[in-house]
Design a protein. Structure first.
Length: 321
């Protein structure tokens, strides 16, 4: 079958068909989304080699439970052992021996078919389009901030960064009743935020703030210190970015202002799919283009261009279709 593989470079390759083990499901991929993490992997992040991709909507071809066969699904990306203390506590995403689809020890979904644990499957509501459902994984990550902080309606929230995850975080916080502001450098992206009811500004136009919750999603080390200046005393700074190399951090401000610094990663698919089903969050304005899997190398290049948003791969399309 065809797959988009990273080894010495990015290439479309013929790879072996995935083999389903006990408690696994074999999926036929409909759409897959290119994430910044996929791009970072091609620059050396996680030292991963193999089929890329972890955001998908797919059909179940085979599963131990026949009730899943034929279902349209999304799938959680962390493949946990199910037996360790983290798993027993319901924290499989922190399982110390987990594999992660297309990131750590498990083939990804930039392919015609992929195998995932049956326990990771989530049914997509019939009326939710593929183009929305493919956002389930990053939307779940955006909802994780709400689940961790449990903010109150009307609190002031600031999202720093107008990339894909920043925009999703802003949409989620707005949908949860927070007075939400986003800062970003791209007028086109700020317009997407404004269309969802979020106040959006260029960084230089936002005065030093006094926000209850600040979400840092710039992907740049400089974004962290900038964000810290906008958190009120005893407020919360949620960190979505991962940074390479050493990072300088003014811990004095954290202590003096008693700021809570919160790491935030994966989240609840149930909550993300419920929002998509109810229409309280619409991620589809973030889509820049849909490419056939055959054009995956070009799609990755376009996704890495400055100012780009979401590029999707469709394993069902041929070149030029």
């Amino acid at each position: 079958m065809r797959a988009l593989v990273f080894d010495s470079g990015i290439r479309l390759a013929d790879v072996d068909e995935p083999r389903r083990g006990a408690n696994d499901a074999l999926l036929r991929v409909r759409l897959a989304g290119i994430c910044n993490t996929d791009l970072e992997i091609t620059r050396g992040y996680m030292d991963f080699r193999g089929t890329l991709g972890h955001e998908l909507v797919a059909d179940v071809l085979e599963a131990d439970d026949d009730a899943w066969v034929g279902a349209r699904v999304c799938a959680e990306i962390n493949f946990a052992c199910g037996e360790c203390p983290s798993c027993e506590a319901g924290l499989g995403r922190h399982c110390p021996t987990r594999r992660v689809m297309g990131i750590l020890g498990a083939p990804g979904c930039f392919a015609e078919r992929v195998v995932v644990p049956q326990a990771n499957l989530h049914r997509v509501p019939d009326h939710v389009r593929d183009e929305a459902a493919v956002f389930a994984e990053p939307l779940a990550a955006a909802f994780e901030v709400v689940e961790q902080v449990e903010p109150s309606i009307g609190e002031r929230a600031l999202v720093v960064g107008d990339g894909k995850l920043g925009l999703l975080c802003a949409m989620v916080l707005k949908s949860e009743g927070l007075a939400t502001t986003l800062v970003g450098r791209h007028a086109r992206k700020r317009a997407i935020a404004e269309a969802s009811g979020v106040h959006a500004f260029a960084p230089e136009l936002l005065q030093e703030g006094d926000f209850d919750l600040v979400v840092e999603a710039t992907g740049q080390a400089s974004g962290l210190s900038w964000s810290m200046e906008r958190v009120r005393p005893r407020g919360t700074l949620a960190l979505k970015s991962t940074f390479h190399g050493d990072l300088k951090l003014d811990t004095a401000k954290l202590v003096i202002d008693e700021i809570t610094l919160l790491g935030s990663r994966c989240g609840s698919f149930e909550r993300a799919l419920a929002a998509l089903s109810a229409g309280t969050v619409d991620p589809t304005p973030l889509i820049d283009a849909v490419h056939p899997l055959s054009d995956g190398v070009e799609a990755m290049a376009r996704a890495s261009a400055h100012g780009s948003l979401k590029h999707l791969l469709d394993a069902r399309l041929e070149v030029g279709a």
